[in-house]
Structure formats: structure tokens, C-alpha cells
Design a protein. Sequence first.
Lengths: 139, 190
Amino acid sequence: MAAIPQPTTVLAENTTVPDVFWDAGRPIVDPSDLAAILGWELKPEGLCRGDSCVPILDWSSLEHPAGIDLTAVADTLGRPVVVDPDARMVAVGIPSSERHRAPLNRQAPDVRLLDLQGAQRGLSEWSGTRRLLVAFSTW
Amino acid sequence: MVAENFTVIAVALDENIAAVIPFADGITYPVLVDTEHQMSEIYAISNVPTVVWIDEDDRIVRPNAREPGSDMFTEFTGIKCEGHMEQVRSWIRGGVLPVDAAYEVEVLDEAEVAAHLHFRLAVHARRSGMDKATKRHFALAAESAPNDFTIVRGAMPLTEVDPFGPAFFELYGRFSEAGSPYHGIPRTSG
């Protein structure tokens, strides 16, 4: 087990760089960092965001002497996760329910994009208008 | 094509905004960039050009299809837009949807989702100058979604591979042999 926490980049909705204890490939974070990393807090009733909580069925899978296993938190929230202990990076995907909204439920999710000046934009800016969304590329 | 209560929104699945700017020259509708590969993941877009029709209530009324929104890229795709544009006009003017609008897009499978996460890690590693991690995660992404052009070809310009060179033809051959898998309405003709 790594004796000292290492700054680790976590890519989720936002990019954060919390201190992480890497233990045999498991990224262990301080519970107080969870809200900043994923937007969910650890409470006695489970993982909570605002008023909604996801119960934790197996606390032992989350808890670690140094903190909380981030991959187990992602699992509990139904979010896919990929870790790279060597490069100290973690990527947490969106929950499958959100990934199913467009293809199965036919709802057009908002997505954060950049304009050509580098400013943050969102597809929802054009809500109320019929849109032809064209994905293209320079490659 | 701009009309009242209608707009085209072009989104480049690219990491480098500067590379997109020449493509937007003279274009009057919004051109945006999906630098984090979030749109391609959430809309299950596996190739370009992909067009999605979205109505005023944020409903997808015709899902992913390989149609260009203009002839802006005909030079690259060999696909002209006129047939599709006629369908779009019928939708805007009369609310008419083509039969294929009911097609149900397949969701990304577990490996394809992992590919998107590896891609994001690779892009981050590249920005941070971590060469080995960049190569490792682009390779893992391509392994996980070998027929997804947004992953495999999208990685080429980021790994000093010519996206119009031998690596592209290798991808195209593999993709064709696999039956041209695509998350969206299958194209019946060019």
C-alpha cells in the first residue's frame, strides 16, 4: 500500500485533482473530497446528492482504512470507471441511464461543448428550435 | 440552410479547435467542438458525418444517420446532401418524418463505453505530456472499439498517424469486413 497520497487526475463531469491513496490499483479518496469529484456525498443513508440518496448495499466494498474506494463509489452509482495507477488517472463515465436517454428514450440530452472562441456552450441554448445536429470532424 | 425556427448546429469531434476554424469559414450557423468526446458518447455517435434531428421540445425525431447537413464535406465523404435536405424541408414545413425515423439506435456496449473513457484519459495524458500513458490509452480505446471511427480515426491526428493514410484504409477494411457496424440508421446507398 502506498504510504503517501498522490495527486491524481479524475475526469468526470469536471476534472479534479484530489489526493489519492493507491492500494493495489484501487484509488482510495478522502470521503470529504467525494462531493467535489463526483457531486455525491457519503452519508449514513448512502451516497447523496441534494435530497436523493443511493443506498449502499455493501459498505465493506467501499470502506478502506485510508478512506473510500472511488471505483466502488462509481459502481454503486452505476457509472463505468477506468483507472491508471501508473499515470495516476481515473476516468468516470456517465451512468447508463443517462447514456440510454438519446438512443432509447429519444430525449436530446444537453452536452457541454466549446465554440470556436473556446467559450463554453450547450446544445440546450437552441431549445425551442428545430435543430439539425451534424457531427463532423477534421479527420 | 437557415429558416425561421430551424438551425443547423455543426459539432466537430476534434480536440484541436484551431484545426476546425478553416472548416467553419463562411458558415453562418453555429459550429461547436466536442473536445471531450462527451457528445459522441451520450448520443452514441460512432462515425461522421452523423446527423440527428431534434425538435423544439428536445425530442429526437430522427436518430443518428450518416447524412451530411450540407455539401460542406462532400469532398471528403462523397455523399451529397440533396435527398436528405428535401426530407429536412418536409419536416420543417409539414412535420413529415421519413419512415426510417422510427429506427432504434443501439446503445454503446460495455467495451465501447470503456473505449470512450480510455480516449478521455489519452487526451488528458497527451495534454499533460505523458507520452507512454497517451499511447497506452489510445491503444486500449482502439482495442475496445475497433470499428468506432470517432475513437480509432479520431485518435490518428493525436498520435502523429495520417488519418488519410494506410492506417485509415486498414480501419476501413476491418470495418467493412465487420459489416459496417454503425450506431444509427443503416445507409442503403451512397
